[in-house]
Design a protein around this ligand. Sequence first.
Ligand code: PRP
Length: 181
Amino acid sequence: MALHKDFESLLFSEEQIKTRIAEMAAQIDIDYKGKTPLLIGVLKGSFIFMSDLMRAMKIECTVDFLAVSSYGTKSETSGQVRLLKDINENIEGRDVIVVEDILDSGITLSYIMKLLSMRRPASIKLCTLLDKPERRRVQVDIHYRGFEVPDAFVVGYGFDFAEKYRNVPYIGILKPSLYAR
Ligand code: PRP
């Protein structure tokens, strides 16, 4: 399979992603046995990961989504998080799993975890496909982590540059010539 022309290199193949998600789903199945967790996806990036994760899970679960913005069109976080779309469900007493595509500075997730914790869920955990620890500015607890990644511009499998490449089925690094950092 030829790598997308705008990708400099491949980070995780479809097969690697599938295998890792199956492992994460199996762990969630064990941890939430007999419960019905509510998966909350953070739009937009996480929708691809969330749809594969929940289909790999065997226990009962429900889903909801929220949307925030902190990056605008830039590659550096503004540090300000805005809630663009709230969840529809009442999460009081629910076992919540926040599903994110990447933890970078941690600013977005720390805001989301605080916001949702105030609504008194029975429990709240964080599941992220990628973790970029080099860029962390705020400490956030991760309960389920897919892969650790270097500080590079990742695209594909939900990750975009200017809204493109989300539908590429694998994760790679974007050619630096395509953006000015
Ligand atoms: C990404 C990602 C997280 C956030 C992580 O979203 O999905 O929400 O950035 O960054 P942080 O740890 O530095 O806060 P992005 O703003 O790129 O939006 P998208 O999911 O719609 O692509």
